[in-house]
Design a protein around this ligand. Structure first.
Ligand SMILES: Cc1cc2nc3c(=O)[nH]c(=O)nc-3n(C[C@H](O)[C@H](O)[C@H](O)COP(=O)(O)O)c2cc1C
Length: 319
C-alpha cells in the first residue's frame, strides 16, 4: 500500500478508524485488479469515512483514451474497500459522485454490523485473487459454479452473459482475432504497453502474460503468437467466458462494472477457480458493438472474463 496515498486524520477518538484499521483498508484497496496494474486511485480516510478518488494522472492514451478502464479499476478497488470496512464490523454506505468527469466514491461506516459469511469469504480471498493468463484444464466449470459467479455480479445495471455453443464461440473468436491483429501491428500501442511492462515488481509483469490462446489475445503484445480462429473458438468453448455488460455507458456504469467484476472474481477465487479479464479488444468500437450484435446483447459489453481450473502454477505476487 502506498502510504502517501492514505491520509489519516490523526484523531484518537471513538469516531475514527485506528492506524491498524486504516492499514487494513489500504491493503485491501492495494490488491484490487487494475488496468495495466496502474492502481489509478487515491484513498483518503477521514474519521469513519473512506474516500476513493479516480486519479487522472494515470493516462493510457493508447490503451484507454476515454478512461473507461480507469473507472472500472476504481470500481474494483471500491469493492475491496467495502469488503474491508465490512470485515472491521461496520456498515459501508457507498455514494458515487462524478465531478469534472472524475469519480469519487465515499464509503461511510455508519454503525456496527457484522459481515455476512459471503462478505467474510470474499474478503479473505482478496490477497489470493490474481490474473491467470495461462490455459485452463478440463473439466470446465459446473453449472452451479457458473451460476454462483454470475450471481456475484450483483450491481445496479450490470449483467453477465456466458458465451455458449460453437456458433457464439466462433463469432467471438473472429472478433478477438481481428482485435489481436490490430493491436499486434499498432506500433504506438505497443510502445505504450512496453512502457508499463516490468520484468518483476509492481507494474504489469511480463512473466504473467499468456503466450498463446485466449488469454494471450486478451493482452496482445508484438510477441504474441496469434492463434487461428478455429483454435480460439475451441478454447472459448472449453473455458468459461463471461461478458460483463452495463445497461448504459456512463461514468457510473463503468464503476459499477468494476465493482461487479471484482465480486465475481473473488467469488471464483473462493471456489479455487482462476480467472483473467480482458478489455483490450473492447477498446475497438467495432469489436464492442460487434460483440453486442453477434450475441444479441442489450447491454454494453465492458469486460470479458475467463474462468477455469489452472493446469500450471500461477505466477505469485502483486507487490
Ligand atoms: C479495468 C481492467 C482492465 C484490464 N484489462 C486487461 C486486459 O485487457 N488484458 C489482460 O490480460 N488483463 C487485463 N486486466 C488485468 C490487469 O492487467 C491486472 O489486474 C493487473 O496487472 C494486476 O495483476 P493481478 O490481477 O494479478 O493482481 C485488466 C484489469 C482491469 C481492472
Amino acid at each position: 500500500m502506498s502510504v502517501a496515498s492514505t491520509e489519516m486524520n490523526g484523531g484518537h477518538g471513538q469516531d475514527v478508524w485506528s492506524a491498524g484499521e486504516v492499514t487494513v483498508l489500504g491493503e485491501a484497496v492495494h490488491c484490487a485488479p487494475s488496468v495495466h496494474n496502474t492502481r489509478p486511485w487515491l484513498l483518503a480516510i477521514h474519521g469513519r469515512i473512506a474516500v476513493l478518488r479516480e486519479c487522472p494522472a494515470v493516462l493510457l492514451a493508447q490503451h484507454d483514451p476515454q478512461g473507461r478502464d480507469r473507472r472500472i479499476s476504481c470500481g474494483a478497488a471500491l469493492t475491496n474497500l467495502v469488503l474491508a470496512i465490512r470485515s472491521l464490523g461496520w456498515t459501508a454506505d457507498v455514494e458515487i459522485g462524478v465531478t469534472g468527469g472524475l469519480v469519487t466514491a465515499t464509503v461511510t461506516g455508519t454503525r456496527r454490523a457484522q459481515p455476512t459469511e459471503t462478505e467474510d469469504q470474499r474478503r479473505r480471498a482478496l490477497s489470493d485473487r490474481r490474473s491467470h493468463r495461462h490455459a485452463f484444464g478440463l473439466p470446465g466449470l459446473s453449472e452451479s459454479v457458473r451460476d454462483a459467479v454470475q450471481d456475484a455480479l450483483a450491481a445496479p445495471g450490470v449483467t453477465g452473459r456466458w458465451i455458449s455453443g460453437g456458433d457464439e464461440a466462433l463469432a467471438v473468436a473472429r472478433l478477438l482475432d481481428y482485435a489481436a491483429r490490430v493491436f499486434h501491428d499498432n506500433a504506438e500501442y505497443q510502445r505504450e504497453l512496453t512502457l508499463w511492462t516490468t520484468p518483476c515488481g509492481s507494474g504489469l509483469r511480463r512473466d504473467t502474460f499468456g503466450a498463446e490462446g485466449l488469454a494471450a489475445v486478451g493482452l496482445t503484445t508484438s510477441r504474441t503468437r496469434l492463434p487461428d480462429e478455429a483454435l480460439l473458438a475451441d478454447r472459448i468453448q472449453r473455458e468459461g467466458v463471461l461478458v460483463v455488460g452495463t445497461h448504459a455507458d456512463e461514468t457510473r456504469d463503468h464503476v459499477r462494472a468494476g465493482q461487479a467484476l471484482e465480486q465475481a472474481w473473488l467469488e471464483a477465487t473462493c471456489r479455487s477457480v482462476a480467472a483473467s479479464v480482458m478489455t483490450q479488444p473492447l477498446h475497438l468500437a467495432e469489436v464492442r458493438t460487434g460483440l453486442a450484435e453477434r450475441l444479441g446483447l442489450v447491454a454494453v459489453p465492458q469486460v470479458l472474463m475467463r474462468f477455469g481450473y489452472p493446469t500450471e502454477p500461477e505466477v505469485v505476487g502483486n507487490p
